[in-house]
Write a protein that binds this ligand. Structure first.
Ligand code: SF4
Length: 212
């Protein structure tokens, strides 16, 4: 299945996708606090910080205030420290980011404690609108079950980044997350999944209805 075909297929079952946020700093903060927690917890923090979140506001918080602000997402000390470093990086580099290569920004982000490849790519894609495919546990799992035979994350990235632009890659990451959260969990719910007839694992799980 082509990258465009896969995107169309996921879109057909989930409907239109909204972009993460128009505010790059909000994307950066949420890319950190979403680590190892459910998206619902991020939404709870988003609601409580609505109208307040900015680099200046966060920088002025004490550690205790910052930890309390992100408490629903857990790991407050580690995530708080990461947010402080990322906020400093953002304030220093926001205007310069557009002049740099993708790899240079990614390398700089990944020097910050708590920012791994996945978080860096989420920031590149949704905050700075670079055409990056975010590889994560959901994408590896779903693509593998669908029958794609990628042997590395680089192969996955090359396949999708070679055909899709920023908007499409952003939509695809959301659609993969939605699919993983709804049906393609660690224990897949193939019998409920509307993608089953197009998916290798789902097709194999369907009951054989032929007679004779
Ligand atoms: S059919 Fe099953 S394996 Fe395929 S995407 Fe749906 S839940 Fe995952």
């Amino acid at each position: 299945m082509s990258p465009c075909g896969f995107l169309r297929l996921l879109s057909s079952v989930h409907g239109p996708v909204s972009w993460w946020s128009d505010d790059p700093y909000q994307v950066i903060v949420e890319a950190v606090i979403v680590q190892n927690t459910a998206w619902e917890n991020v939404l709870a923090v988003r609601r409580s910080l609505s109208g307040k979140l900015s680099p200046g506001w966060l920088s002025a918080l004490s550690d205790e205030e910052l930890h309390e602000a992100i408490r629903p997402c857990g790991f407050q000390k580690a995530k708080g420290a990461c947010l402080r470093s990322l906020t400093a990086w953002f304030l220093e580099n926001e205007d310069r980011v557009r002049c740099l290569e993708t790899e240079q920004i990614r390398d700089e982000l990944m020097l910050i404690r708590g920012v791994g490849r996945e978080t860096a790519d989420v920031i590149l894609l949704y905050a700075f609108h670079w055409p990056v495919f975010v590889t994560d546990a959901y994408s590896r799992r779903i693509l593998g079950r669908f029958g794609f035979s990628f042997s590395s994350d680089d192969m996955i990235r090359d396949y999708f980044e070679g055909s899709l632009g920023t908007q499409e890659l952003g939509s695809l990451h959301w659609l993969i997350l939605e699919t993983g959260r709804t049906w393609c969990r660690k224990s897949p719910r193939c019998h409920q999944c509307p993608l089953a007839s197009s998916c290798a694992t789902g097709s194999a799980a369907q009951p054989n209805t032929r007679l004779g």
